[in-house]
Design a binder for this molecule. Structure first.
Ligand code: DGT
Ligand code: MG
Length: 373
């Protein structure tokens, strides 16, 4: 849309779960800068500053036009003095001095590089940086570093995994997994979730929910699926987490904690011939390979927890964080990927669909394509 100095603003909620956010971002110049700042704070373990910039970015993503004056941001929630100063600088000079400094910072660049390896989180990256490592080769060759199997796979497939996954590639993987699952059980249900369910054109991985109406058979279905992928020769790596789900557990408060459903973090081989329009070209790939490696997550909730798991795995992360915060602050309820606890009624609220959960929370339903907060 046409940029106007004072665009008519619909009043935006401070909760991402009350905003509609499509994949179209009109304020990328600001949100990209905020995300660099958030990440830099994350690397320094300054969680509240990190969250403040993530929240500000999330709000701007739901603004339906480019902001041309910092004054237009005055009525927006979650934009404090620091975020507005960054915006002002970008509007005036085209870039933020603080952001440019971070981008040139050695430590930031190194932590970014190290955390780009599957299995390497900010803490390990920091340790490597402090230990004097400056390249991925350093990490591979340092005799004092013992890589775990996930990191070994991460290094082995680093080039492929660093390349984003296209929608066509995600669809092709969905077809392969669906067919494989149906070959194991005619009742298997497989649904694409994560960013691709929100309509994103690219992702860093592909997320699926797998389930079956046969009670207590979800995990065995997942193990059989992985086994079948191995026999098909397309399984490059599997990290399986066995279910620790207990129906009586109260919903967890922290979003960051992993849920308790059985799940597998996979690296799969996807062939060019399996993808409509072919694989995306992997930059610098000239080894004549006709396949690429792709990161895939498969989570298997029991069917009666399906709606909660689907809502929890569809994202975005900011949307999920705010759903939980909204439930807690506005409803005295605890929400996570397993269920919803009403602290007033002292009971779990059941749900067959995502719509049921929004209704329990007193929220208007927001379709997945508008959850890109
Ligand atoms: P991307 O980067 O294109 O793959 O984007 P998304 O939105 O697919 O992000 P992803 O794959 O990291 O995660 C998808 C959703 O899965 C996310 O919105 C929430 C859920 N999820 C993933 N990891 C965790 C976790 O560690 N804890 C919780 N509670 N949820 C998670
Ligand atoms: Mg994803």
């Amino acid at each position: 849309p046409e940029a106007s100095p004072h665009p008519p603003m619909v009043e935006l909620s401070r909760y991402a779960c009350k905003r509609r956010t499509s994949t179209e971002n009109h304020n990328e110049i600001f949100t990209d800068a905020f995300e660099v700042l958030a990440e830099s704070y994350e690397f320094s373990q300054c969680d509240s500053q990190c969250l403040a910039f993530r929240r500000a970015a999330s709000v701007l993503k739901s603004v339906p036009c480019p902001l041309q004056h910092v004054g237009a941001a005055a009525s927006l929630p979650c934009l404090g003095g620091h975020t507005r100063a960054v915006m002002q600088e970008i509007l005036q000079y085209g870039q933020s001095c603080e952001v440019e400094k971070i981008l040139c910072n050695d430590r930031y660049q190194m932590l970014k590089l190290f955390t780009s390896v599957f299995g390497v989180g900010p803490k390990t990256a920091e340790k490597w940086y402090r230990g004097g490592l400056r390249t991925l080769k350093d990490a591979l060759e340092d005799p004092s570093i013992e890589l775990n199997s996930m990191q070994k796979a991460g290094f082995l497939h680093h080039k492929d995994i660093s390349q984003s996954v296209s929608r066509a590639e995600a669809m092709a993987l969905g077809d392969i997994l669906h067919e494989t699952a149906l070959g194991i059980s005619a009742h298997a249900v497989l649904v694409l979730t994560g960013g691709f369910r929100r309509g994103k054109a690219f992702g860093h991985d592909v997320d699926f929910l797998l389930s079956t109406p046969e009670k207590g058979k979800e995990e065995i279905l997942l193990l059989s699926l992985v086994d079948s992928l191995r026999r098909q020769g397309i399984l490059l790596y599997c990290d399986h987490h066995t279910s620790t789900f207990d129906i009586n557990n109260m919903p967890g408060v922290s979003f960051e904690a992993m849920d308790h459903f059985a799940k597998s973090f996979l690296i799969l081989r996807l062939y060019d011939s399996q993808v409509e329009g072919g694989l995306q070209r992997v930059e610098g790939q000239d080894d004549g390979r006709s396949w690429r490696a792709v990161r895939v997550d498969v989570v298997t909730p029991p069917m009666e927890r399906y709606a909660f798991a689907l809502l929890g795995w569809t994202g975005s992360r900011q949307f999920e964080r705010d759903l939980r915060r909204f439930a807690r602050k506005e409803n005295r309820m605890l929400l996570d990927n397993h269920g919803l606890w009403d602290n007033t009624k002292k009971e779990f609220l059941e749900a067959e669909s995502e719509e049921d959960i929004f209704a329990h929370l007193g929220l208007e339903y927001i379709e997945p394509q508008l959850r890109n907060a």
